[in-house]
Design a binder for this molecule. Sequence first.
Ligand code: 6PG
Length: 241
Amino acid sequence: MNPPFISVLDDLGSLTDEAALHFVDAAREAVTEHGVFRVALAGGSTPAGLYRHLSLEPFVSVIPWSRVFVFWGDERCVPECDISRNDLSARETFLSLVPIPPENVHPIPAAFPDGAERYEADIRRVFGLTRGEWPRFDLVILGIGQDGHTASLFPGQAAVGESEKLAVRVTSAPKPPPERITLTLPVLNAAARVAFLAAGSDKAAAVKRAVAGDPLIPAGLVRPLDGKLHFLLDSEAASLI
Ligand code: 6PG
C-alpha cells in the first residue's frame, strides 16, 4: 500500500477548492478509463463547500454529469425529509442544481428496516458484481470525527470488523442520530481513490492517527488495497502531523 498523499491548505476555503479539483480529476480519469464515474459522498458538514462548488463554474461545466453515478458512504436513519439526512443535504447543495440524470443518484434507503441489504443489492446491480466481488468506487469522499470515526464506522463497534457485507446498519452511533447505515471497510478499501476532508483544530489528533494508520480507529484502517489515499486538510487539522 502506497503512503497517503497529504495536501495541507491554508483554510477551509482553499481546502474546498482543492477538493473540487480532486473531484474533477477523478471524474475525468474514471470516465476516460471506463466510461463512468462512481463516487460515494461523505456526510457531515465539512464537504458542504465542495458540494456547492460542484454546482458552480468552473467545475459544473467540466464534469460529465451523464456519466456520474452518486452514492453515499453512510446515511442517518431519519425521515427522508429530515435536513440531517446526508442525501438531502447533497441534493439541496448541488445535485438538484446540476444536470445529473435522477436515475444516477443512489441514496441509501435508510428508512427501511432492511435498508442495508437494499443498498447492497443496488450497489451490486449498478456495478454488475458477482458474489464475492467488491465494488471499486472511483472516488470515496470521507470525513473524520474527533474519535477517529469515518462514514458511520465508530471505534469499538462491530461494523468496523464486517468483512462480508457491503453495507451494514449501526444502531448505537455515539454521534447522533444513533441509527445509521454505512459502507463497510472492505468497500472503502476497494476504492480507486479515497479522499479524507478534514478542517479545524478539533480534528488534528484524529487526523494524526489516521495518517499514521492507527488500527485502533476506523479512519486508520482505511487503506485502499489498490488505490490512492489522500488527506485534504486545512492547516489546523494538519497541525499535529
Ligand atoms: C456523518 C458522516 C460522518 C462525518 C464526520 C465528520 O454522517 O456524520 O458520515 O462520518 O463525515 O463525523 O463530520 P463533520 O464534517 O461535520 O465534522
